[in-house]
Design a protein around this ligand. Structure first.
Ligand code: SIN
Length: 252
């Protein structure tokens, strides 16, 4: 793929949210090269890092009780530099189970009543990485947080989408958790309604590319202690479009 190929993939992402590229096993370098077509890569120095590349998150050996990805979420919505396009490759899959579900947040917004659209438009929520900090043994008080509009407009497609997830949204800006709970529950239910969901059954060598703004996902942990190994790279939106502009290691 060259830059025009990446543009074609972006057009498809704008139309579909998630793309399945079957039977395309990639080396770590190839997967990073693919990610760099969409922007500078997120880097991590945390426990889930690939042993040789801090641009690759190594999703493996996570116990069910520690699995924060077994909730509806978009990746790292609390960090300062937004993750725009994520690429997940199946390296080892369990004999059964281990699917990943994706929910379309453009249609989640489209399906709201006019009254609900009016109510939530203009509201903002606080996203926090405290659950991830706890998992990594870090102090949740130090976790990054970021405020986002509940309803956003996609910079390329111009489509409106819902942007709240139960893994990282703490509360509405200017409201307490108690006050936020009811309306957030309603929005979380809408965001993950079964009619919005694509469920992917993995094979080794599958590569999924998704728009991390317009999709949420949920990794189903129903495979006991069977091995499951995935590599993820994520392109960041730093506004400059210049991969070399970003060299700092992000802990999150
Ligand atoms: C993730 O949440 O990025 C990982 C998804 C998965 O393990 O299927």
């Amino acid at each position: 793929l060259d830059a025009s190929g990446a543009d074609a993939l972006l057009d498809l992402l704008d139309a579909h949210g998630v793309l399945h590229l079957p039977d395309q096993p990639l080396s770590p370098e190839q997967q990073m090269d693919l990610g760099r077509l969409f922007g500078p890569l997120q880097r991590t120095d945390y426990g889930l890092r690939h042993p040789d590349h801090d641009e690759i998150v190594h999703v493996t050996d996570v116990r069910k009780e520690d699995r924060i990805t077994e909730r509806w979420h978009a990746d790292s919505t609390y960090v300062p530099d937004e993750l725009t396009v994520c690429i997940l490759q199946a390296v080892r899959v369990p004999p059964s189970g281990g699917d990943t579900m994706f929910a379309d947040q453009v249609r989640a917004h489209d399906g709201l009543s006019d009254g609900m659209k009016d109510l939530v438009d203009g509201l903002r929520t606080i996203h926090t990485g405290s659950a991830f900090a706890r998992l990594m043994g870090a102090d949740p008080a130090d976790a990054p947080r970021r405020t986002h509009d509940v309803v956003r407009t996609h910079p390329r497609s111009g489509r409106r989408f819902l942007y709240v997830n139960p893994a990282y949204v703490d509360r509405f800006e200017g409201m307490s958790r108690d006050e936020s709970r009811g309306l957030l529950r309603t929005l979380f239910d809408r965001a993950s309604s079964p009619d919005l969901v694509y469920r992917h059954r993995w094979s080794v060598g599958d590569v999924l590319v998704w728009d991390n703004r317009t999709c949420q996902h949920y990794a189903v942990h129903d495979y006991g202690s069977a091995p499951r190994e995935m590599w993820r790279v994520s392109a960041l939106d730093d506004g400059s479009g210049t991969p070399a502009a970003r060299s700092a290691v992000s802990s999150w």
